[in-house]
Design a protein around this ligand. Structure first.
Ligand SMILES: NC(=O)c1ccc[n+]([C@@H]2O[C@H](COP(=O)([O-])OP(=O)(O)OC[C@H]3O[C@@H](n4cnc5c(N)ncnc54)[C@H](O)[C@@H]3O)[C@@H](O)[C@H]2O)c1
Length: 269
């Protein structure tokens, strides 16, 4: 029971990677807020069923969970999601910012709506939920923030300028949260996952390279991501902060940090 008595908020927890993380945190003893606005893969609709199903699954396994149906993409939504944790379980110790959508488009065709939708869900959503949670963590001097990034941002990927910008923004955000919160025993780290989920099903597979990439991802289960999230959420990981871990099937990677690799200096300018 690595996470006994901890309270966790997992966003986008009705499906894919978030669902696996919510289930595993609960297995390790955490009380979990299962947040998901229940949108279809096009982002439309607001079904409550998917989040309720995960809550019932956790309760069926003897765990404790509560559902939250708010979108992460506004400050008010972030506040309400964290308030659900406070109302049901009294505090908030762990936040997993996992909710996400894709609106892939080549840069020359990308619309403002596609840009805003992705930036608001990933980047603003990560800020909104974190911002609502950290004052409580600061007060209790304990906390864990785990944010989902992507190799789209870390490396680059065709047709994902909006998503890459959001996901690399999340890395910068995480590094600063790690610095701001270090003195309060709060860590912040990123996971860059690779897993076959509904989201990956929306990636275009027009070219042979795209097809080959998606075929490889199909073999990777979202369940493989959850143990790394559970570890980062635990007491054991207290000294790990500001890092980016890649998780791909049974493989875990540690990413490097951006540093200058060459310098030239001229005294006279
Ligand atoms: N699957 C991968 O290989 C992969 C790769 C890199 C990064 N990621 C990241 O991992 C995270 C999870 O992705 P996934 O593959 O499990 O996707 P998924 O589509 O299976 O699940 C995402 C969930 O987030 C929810 N969601 C979307 N917008 C929301 C909002 N505004 N508020 C609340 N909930 C919202 C959706 O309803 C859905 O249940 C995302 O942040 C994604 O960018 C995934």
């Amino acid at each position: 029971m690595m996470l006994k008595d901890k309270v966790a908020v997992v966003t986008g927890a009705a499906r894919g990677i978030g669902r696996e993380i919510a289930l595993l945190l609960a297995k390790h003893g955490a009380k979990v807020v299962v947040n998901d606005y229940g949108g279809g893969s096009d982002g439309a609709g607001d079904a409550r069923g998917p989040a309720d199903d995960v809550v019932n699954e956790i309760k069926g396994q003897g765990g404790q969970a509560a559902a939250s149906y708010d979108s992460v993409a506004s400050m008010a939504g972030g506040q309400r999601i964290v308030q659900t944790a406070l109302d049901h379980f009294g505090h908030v110790d762990i936040v997993v910012n996992n909710a996400g959508i894709l609106r892939d488009r080549m840069i020359f065709n990308m619309t403002e709506e596609e840009w805003d939708g992705v930036i608001n869900t990933h980047l603003k959503g990560t800020f909104a939920v974190t911002r609502a949670a950290v004052p409580h963590m600061r007060e209790r001097k304990w906390g864990r923030i785990i944010n989902m990034t992507s190799t789209s941002g870390l490396v680059g990927n065709i047709g994902q300028a909006n998503y890459a910008a959001a996901k690399l923004g999340i890395v910068g955000f995480t590094k600063v949260v790690a610095l701001d919160m270090a003195r309060y025993n709060v860590t912040a780290n990123c996971i860059s996952p690779f897993a076959w989920t509904r989201m990956i099903g929306t990636i275009p597979t027009e070219t042979e390279t795209q097809k080959a990439r998606v075929e490889k991802i199909k073999k990777l289960s979202p369940a493989h991501i959850a143990p790394v999230a559970a570890f980062l959420a635990s007491d054991i990981a207290k000294d790990i902060t500001g890092q980016v871990f890649g998780v791909r099937g049974k493989e875990i990677m540690l990413f490097s940090h951006e540093r200058p690799i060459m310098r030239v200096h001229l005294d006279e300018g």
